[in-house]
Ligand binder design. Sequence first.
Ligand code: CDT
Length: 321
Amino acid sequence: MVAAAQMGPVARSDTRAGVVERLLDMFIQSADRGADLVVFPELALTTFFPRWWQEPLSAADHWYETEMPGPDTKTLFEEAARRQVGFFLGYAELTPQGHRYNTSVIVDRRGSIAAKYRKVHIPGHETNEPWRPFQHLERYYFEPSPDGFAVHDFLGARVGMMICNDRRWPETYRVMGLQGVEMILCGYNTPIHYAPDPSQDVLAGFHNQLVLQAGAYQNGTWVVATAKGGMEEGVDSLAQSCIVAPSGQIVAQTITNGDEVIIAECDIDWCARYKETLFDFDRYRRPECYAILTESDNGKSSRERGKAVSSEHSFKEGDPK
Ligand code: CDT
């Protein structure tokens, strides 16, 4: 059984200890309902601080964890060991070398960190943009992961992690799909208003489900996606946490935008029904036709060649229609 423990807003003034108490409460609810694994959101320990510009960067140090578990989070690790239930937790990481990552860990039934993941796709912008109603400064506050996507033997399944914006990219799922992933864990903070193109605002929920369901189905994997939603410091964020089966069907979804636990029985054998039939990679994939996917210029040179060829062939004034 796997639980998604969605969080409602965390205020700027909330303490780590107060937040961990909320997490602990949902962890205990999940364990009481039979969960083997509890999935918490991205940056679960703090408010979503990339909405504010802070200078110098070191003024933001207090939002980051320098150790995991730390003095406040250790109760969660102790409870994991006591209940023999694992969890996924997202947080801001500041390393001893001064690197800043948007990070998650999976913690096993003994309360030990089994694996760490650092966010690969960092959305938003690098510098203050006062024209926006609020900032999305992840590219100021976080470096992209140098490591990529790994898959781990964890609680009887092949498990991978992704964080928020990663879920919008098909490569995220495929890189883990090629490693045999059976369950992808994801935390997210998704502001509903998207300043560069507000026409996307009404589609926030649709886009969330679209990518999670497609990624699950096309790779024959479970996906557990947990939001920090609701109105946080004046910014409304998407809730709609969900658990998606390898068929692409949503088997559980939250109905509020506050703290809420959903839980589902996740039969790992269901993955093989897709991995061994329609998405039998060894039989049907054609990697030799996908070389452009790994070009370091994102296909730019191919697009430019394409443009040159099509302008040579384009109709000119006076050409017969
Ligand atoms: N946290 C996170 O990655 N949020 C992004 C917002 C994109 S808009 C800058 C997301 O993809 O949901």
